[in-house]
Design a protein around this ligand. Structure first.
Ligand SMILES: Cc1cc2nc3c(=O)[nH]c(=O)nc-3n(C[C@H](O)[C@H](O)[C@H](O)COP(=O)(O)OP(=O)(O)OC[C@H]3O[C@@H](n4cnc5c(N)ncnc54)[C@H](O)[C@@H]3O)c2cc1C
Length: 289
């Protein structure tokens, strides 16, 4: 099928874009188009106006200053995968981005598009939840900063209002030497995950955990942090019993069922990917001298 008719707009500056968003009703922003175009072609959406945001250079790019990382919403997924600077300061990105779709989809798809579309199994929103990122949003009333804990409003639903633009995503990197683990299960390489997990660990010289973050995705409608396990791991070593704590919490989530798998099977996978991601993070921690 072909997309329904719409008026196409091609702003070249942020000011021009914000003017269009303020003036027009029933708009959709076009980023990489990897989710929007299929939805238009399948007639799941029929906006009157499509505003292409691909020609506004300031919306793209990875900026690192000290331990602060800012990623422009229009940064392509391929660039996140390729960035050595990002891989050094936040190694979880390179591990996760290799699982996002295919070379072709990553060359167009953007982190902002993924974080606005919010497929439950998408890796990039999960990384934002893992890293306690903040979302820099601009709209008719100016700029507002939305913490990750408030961004996820449910299935395919972000905290973004209709006339707002996600401008950038920011997070503070973890200390050098932290361990990062990523694991997902998908039917075929490049498919959306049926369940996935990512974990970050930082330990003291005696290997006791001083900070932990674990996120599950593809299990509930939005990425979910294992907050109880993260707390319970503090001060412990990452032994079998500690990993079991996280697996138990993962297996207790309110999992979705769909045409591919039952709730029970998804919960089983949630436990498995948690165990693998956490063990991997533990094995990669550089213990301080
Ligand atoms: C074959 C295939 C396989 C895929 N596999 C995966 C996968 O394994 N994992 C995964 O995570 N994704 C996967 N995707 C989806 C892909 O990552 C998309 O790129 C992503 O979901 C949307 O990003 P986009 O830049 O293409 O956004 P678009 O499709 O252009 O936009 C998506 C939505 O977000 C809105 N939007 C976009 N940018 C902004 C912004 N800055 N501010 C406000 N609203 C905005 C749009 O209006 C639209 O509603 C796959 C896609 C395909 C086609």
């Amino acid at each position: 099928m072909k997309a329904p008719d719409f008026s196409y707009h091609d702003p070249r500056t942020l000011a021009e874009l914000m003017g269009l968003l303020a003036d027009l009703d029933d708009t959709k922003l076009l980023a990489g188009g990897q989710s929007l175009m299929p939805m238009l072609n399948l007639r799941l959406l029929a906006p009157e106006h499509v505003i292409d945001i691909n020609r506004i250079p300031e919306l793209a790019g990875i900026r690192i200053e000290g331990d602060m990382v800012e990623i422009g919403a229009m940064t392509r997924q391929a660039d996140l995968l390729a960035s050595h600077e990002l891989a050094l300061i936040a190694p979880i990105f390179r591990k996760a981005m290799a699982h996002v779709g295919h070379v072709q989809t990553r060359s167009r798809g953007t982190i902002g598009g993924s974080c606005c579309h919010l497929d439950p199994a998408a890796e990039q929103p999960a990384l934002c939840a893992l890293l306690d990122a903040e979302f820099d949003v601009i709209g008719p009333d100016g700029v507002r900063i939305v913490p990750a804990a408030e961004w996820f409003q449910g299935y395919l639903q972000s905290a973004l209002d209709e006339r707002e633009l996600l401008r950038a995503i920011r997070f503070r990197s973890w200390p050098r030497g932290h361990g990062a683990g990523f694991e997902e299960y998908a039917r075929r390489r490049g498919d959306f995950a049926i369940a996935g997990a990512a974990a970050l660990l930082d330990t003291a010289a005696d290997r006791s955990i001083r900070r932990a973050a674990i996120v599950l995705f593809g299990v509930e409608p939005s990425p979910v942090r294992l907050v109880k396990a993260e707390q319970m791991l503090l001060g412990r070593k990452l032994d079998h019993a500690a990993i079991e704590i996280a697996m138990d919490e993962a297996r207790g989530l309110d999992a979705m069922s769909d045409a591919h798998v039952s709730t029970d099977y998804r919960l089983h996978l949630a436990g498995v990917v948690t165990q693998r991601a956490l063990s991997r993070a533990g094995s990669l921690v550089e213990v301080p001298a």
